[in-house]
Design a binder for this molecule. Structure first.
Ligand code: ADP
Ligand code: MG
Length: 698
């Protein structure tokens, strides 16, 4: 009994030294942890190839060959020639020279496994894996697991083969003790294999079919527990905290809707229906609204506020910057003209008198919608009846800010919350990061928007690019030039933006009538706002900046977005920047300037951007290429729990199934208290699943 918690140093051949290394490098301490440490790929050792048939472009191959000779070229270079009945091949070792020299005896036959390299037209194999042919049971193992490892671990002699032996020993000790983690009804309904079978076959698959079964079972288990732990809070909360019920749509909504100068896109209509049904439901809404820049999220926000107004509640709309708040305010006022609802804007720069007026308007309920920045969160700001909070560009908001909003709800009940973001997060990731937020997506652009033509260019074409920019400016258009934010020793280094500004000033001199503004993160807010305003109001032709303009600024007259050192940006970020142009009716351009040294991978990423305008496609690709942890827009870059075997990038379908299944379980038994869910409750109590409540803190 208790083998699962036995330390791995007690496995034969491990000992305290190797155990300490495994703990330090891979976090493996107990046998239980070891058997949950899975191969990350498998090699198929079924086929033995003939040496004469091999070519350097074949993937990893396996041969069975006899050692002909071994030569110590130097202390750090061993050359071994092997042959089968078809031909000869050289094996090369630069590491483990002595050890390999001693074990590879001339005349003996070995199973040799590796990749061929072409060395000056001659083929050889560097550092192959070498087995002694056996006719025992291990030889029958067709698929062999390859485990994650590190250099230190390999150097300590824990090779892939040693790891396999450790797993095999651990499994035979532990398997009888392994308790099923999923209820029988889940296993039955989902058609899963048992945990014991899965663990055995994930390490030593009987065949590829068994491996597939094992992997599906383990992935589903992992994703199900992840979703259960995320959703559980939501179900418990919805039992405890009732939302504000808003049963009707109301006249304000209808008046605004009728007066719209355009008809809503299908996606906007769908999202509004989703929001409306949340607000009517009696549960508190917690919804993430994703939509590309320009997809019309503002309209959705306004109509949602009008539903609140129609039910006698106030709304607030929070924006991350002063500029954005004021821009929102102006747009919203236009929409509100036919409605006759009072709207106000509150930011850090609002004057004392203005503040007093707003405070009283909010307290007596005469202000229906308030737009603002963080200033809205101040304690002094009190609402008569706050029923809806809209948060724009959610990731700019800090940790405890959303909970401050919650406390401002009407008669102690939290307001409905709608979080809007233009950073498309792949659905799978959104579901994981915001497990208890419902996700709505506007995946359709208003008609008439012209795609932004995207070009990739190099430093050598700078002059012709400037010529092009001058032609656009001559046509009355404006230009963004964006530099990456670079940090040197944790400090924002603005030298590249400043240098860029000087270059642009030289190419676009004042005496020829060009006006250039610059905005970066080290300016005071006053200077920043002043320069930004010059561009927004059309007084400057070019705005040189760091990514501070990334968020929402609307300048329909800007037709060109130049992005310098484009290879330094993430794809999603580039896509967002590109969304700043193409907002007017004229054709727009995005020019990605890549440095000379840009590698092939980076170039391919940039080319993807030239090909597609679909933000979700780009986000998915970004996640595939960089891993989910590095995605922008997800400040909590790590996931709430580590995924061991499932991948958000490739297991989207299974994640959906797990999520739906978790919902079903919790709907029937929110506290996981019934006997049939006992196993689930037990697993969730184990450490690793105490997840932060993202809906309250993001
Ligand atoms: P987002 O906030 O999603 O970036 P906005 O709400 O600012 O986008 O909308 C971008 C522009 O599209 C605005 O000028 C808005 O008036 C316009 N717009 C929104 N919805 C529609 C629609 N259904 N048809 C035509 N134009 C629309
Ligand atoms: Mg917007």
């Amino acid at each position: 009994m208790g083998e699962l918690s036995t330390g791995i140093q007690f496995l034969s051949g491990v000992g305290p030294k190797r155990a300490a290394l495994l703990q330090k490098e891979l976090g493996l301490e107990t046998l239980g942890q070891l058997i949950r440490f899975y191969p990350f790929r498998y090699v198929d050792r079924s086929g033995i190839r003939r040496i004469a048939e091999l070519s350097a472009d074949s993937a990893t191959v396996q041969i069975r060959a006899r050692v002909v000779s071994r030569t110590l070229v130097s202390v750090k270079h061993l050359s071994v020639v092997v042959e089968d009945e078809s031909g000869r091949l050289e094996l090369v070792f630069f590491k483990g020279v002595k050890w390999n020299y001693d074990r590879l005896e001339p005349g003996r036959e070995y199973i040799i496994f590796g990749k061929l390299t072409d060395y000056n037209g001659k083929m050889n194999m560097v550092h192959p894996e070498i087995d002694v042919p056996q006719d025992g049971s291990m030889a029958q193992q067709v698929l062999t697991g390859v485990y994650p490892s590190t250099e230190k671990i390999r150097n300590s002699g824990i090779t892939g083969k040693v790891m396999c032996r450790m797993q095999s020993a651990a499994l035979s000790l532990c398997l009888p003790e392994i308790e099923e983690t999923l209820p029988d009804y889940v296993i039955g309904e989902m058609g899963l294999v048992s945990l014991q079978y899965a663990l055995k076959n994930i390490h030593f698959p009987k065949d590829s079919y068994a491996l597939q079964k094992a992997s599906r079972r383990l992935k589903f288990e992992e994703l199900l527990f992840l979703q259960l732990s995320l959703l559980k809070q939501k179900y418990i909360r919805s039992r405890e905290e009732s939302g504000i019920v808003m049963p009707k749509v109301g006249q304000a909504f209808h008046n605004c809707y009728k007066a719209l100068p355009y008809s809503l896109t299908g996606a906007q209509q769908r999202v509004i229906r989703e929001i409306r049904s949340d607000m009517m439901s009696g549960k508190q809404m917690n919804r993430l609204l994703q939509g590309d820049v320009g997809s019309g999220k503002t309209m959705v926000a306004v109509l949602s506020c009008l539903i609140a107004a129609g039910n006698g509640y106030q709304s607030c709309i929070m924006a991350p910057t002063e500029v954005l708040a004021r821009q929102h305010y102006q747009n919203i006022c236009k929409y509100l003209e036919p409605v006759g609802l009072r709207c106000a804007v509150l930011t850090g720069s609002s004057g004392a008198r203005e503040r007093r007026e707003i405070a009283s308007g909010l307290e007596d309920g005469s202000i229906g919608i308030i737009v603002g920045t963080h200033a809205l969160l101040e304690e002094k700001v009190k609402f008569h009846s706050l029923g809806l909070a809209v948060i724009d560009e959610q990731h700019r908001f800090g940790v405890d800010q959303r909970s401050k909003l919650w406390q401002k709800g009407s008669s102690g009940r939290p307001p409905h919350v709608l979080v809007m973001t233009a950073t498309p997060i792949p659905r799978t990731l959104a579901m994981t990061l915001y497990g208890d937020l419902d996700v709505s997506v506007i995946d359709e652009m208003p008609p008439g928007r012209k795609p932004v033509q995207t070009l990739l260019t190099g430093q050598n074409r700078r002059n012709s690019m400037y010529k092009f920019l001058k032609a656009e400016i001559a046509r009355g258009r404006q230009v963004f030039v964006v530099y990456p934010m670079i940090f040197v020793n944790d400090k924002l280094d603005i030298s590249n933006v400043e240098q860029g500004y000087e270059d642009i000033m030289k190419a676009f001199p004042l005496n020829e009538g060009y006006k250039v503004a610059i905005v970066h993160g080290q300016q005071t807010n006053e200077v920043k706002n002043f320069n930004m305003k010059a561009f927004v109001e059309g007084r400057a032709h070019i705005l040189v900046s760091t990514t501070v303009i990334e968020v929402g600024v609307d300048v329909p007259n800007a037709s060109v977005m130049v992005i310098e050192s484009a290879q330094r940006f993430g794809l999603s970020q580039l896509h967002q920047l590109r969304g700043r142009v193409g907002r007017g009716s004229e054709k727009s351009w995005c020019i990605l300037v890549a440095d000379f040294k840009t590698g092939k991978d980076a170039r391919e990423r940039l080319e993807l951007l030239c090909r597609t305008q679909n933000g979700f496609e780009i986000a998915e690709e970004d996640m595939r290429m960089r891993g989910p942890g590095n995605l922008e827009g997800t400040q909590q870059s790590g996931l709430p729990v580590e995924l061991n075997i499932a991948s958000l990038a490739t297991d989207g379908r299974l994640l959906n199934e797990a999520r739906e299944y978790a919902r079903k379980i919790l709907e029937a038994d929110p506290g996981l208290e019934t006997p049939q869910n006992e196993r689930l409750a037990r697993e969730l109590r184990k450490e690793g699943y105490d997840i932060k409540d993202y809906s309250k803190i993001s």
